[in-house]
Ligand binder design. Sequence first.
Ligand SMILES: Nc1ncnc2c1ncn2[C@@H]1O[C@H](COP(=O)(O)OP(=O)(O)OP(=O)(O)O)[C@@H](O)[C@H]1O
Ligand SMILES: [Mg+2]
Length: 332
Amino acid sequence: MGSITLEKVSKSFGSTSVIPEIDLEINDGEFVVFVGPSGCGKSTLLRMIAGLEDLSGGRIVIDGKDMSNEAPAKRGLSMVFQSYALYPHMSVYQNIAFPLKMDGQEKSAIDKKVKDAAHILNLTNYLDRRPGQLSGGQRQRVAIGRAIVRQPKAFLFDEPLSNLDAALRGNMRLEISDLHHQLKTTMIYVTHDQVEAMTMADKIVVLNAGRIEQVGSPLELYKSPKNVFVAGFIGSPRMNLVEGPAAAKHNAVTLGVRPEHVQISKTAGLWKGTVGVTEHLGSDTFIHVQTENTGKITVRTDGDFATEHGQSVYLTPDPSRLHLFDANGQAI
Ligand SMILES: Nc1ncnc2c1ncn2[C@@H]1O[C@H](COP(=O)(O)OP(=O)(O)OP(=O)(O)O)[C@@H](O)[C@H]1O
Ligand SMILES: [Mg+2]
């Protein structure tokens, strides 16, 4: 079991309030991602759940039990950090076995758990190596292995992939998702990368300046962002946000439309503009258009749409895919 409830959890460092007050329900077995810009309080919140940081107010309940004042070791959670925090002088085997040894477990029981974890993580052939003889991705897998053997109620990940290159990050993303399917253990995963959030989460928690802006599934956040912040944060390239007459026409202050929901034409359309930079990704092309009346608009189109810098084009947003926001930035 690994349900975690945050009740009116707050955090201040001295007189600076970092997390005003957060309520959140995490169900057993769920993969929850905390996402938000740098400094919004993701790590602080995770560290409070882990017990590495005191609460200034509120309660943290794990499996129905108030754990707010329990020591980290008593909470039954395993944390995996960005800096793998491996012991350099120990082998992979010894690194993974370490928490079990500290726990005073039997040698044979330790051996089975270490080998099972190594098997799950494709580390069987590396058990004799030292961390210095491994790639970044392999080191991260050792750190995860060390977390797995403790059979925690929940895993807490703090930006575990940000030291890896893009290709490896993509692989590890799949591996962690796969691991979650195998273990079915609650996972809380902190990242500032909305792609990681979208691809891995059952439930995304969008944080901004210590507040929850929205909680929902990846597609809920993509389709129905509750406010301008979430609209701009989830989705890549980011949603076009337009103010002025184009929005006022719909009785809104801000009109949002995602790049994939704007049609581009060389002959006719709603917004006239000039092509600026074009980014060819092969599968997609992102065209940045300076429009006459609605500012800069990014369009996502298929890989074969040919444009030239300075060329005149027309853009038409899909009327069924518009997002409208009021003066407070709230979705209408
Ligand atoms: N020990 C501390 N003393 C004072 N302020 C702190 C302390 N730790 C964190 N903060 C502040 O709390 C805020 C939240 O920090 P936190 O590390 O939780 O952000 P984050 O969302 O994890 O950011 P990042 O994406 O950069 O890791 C920041 O403004 C930070 O400066
Ligand atoms: Mg952080």
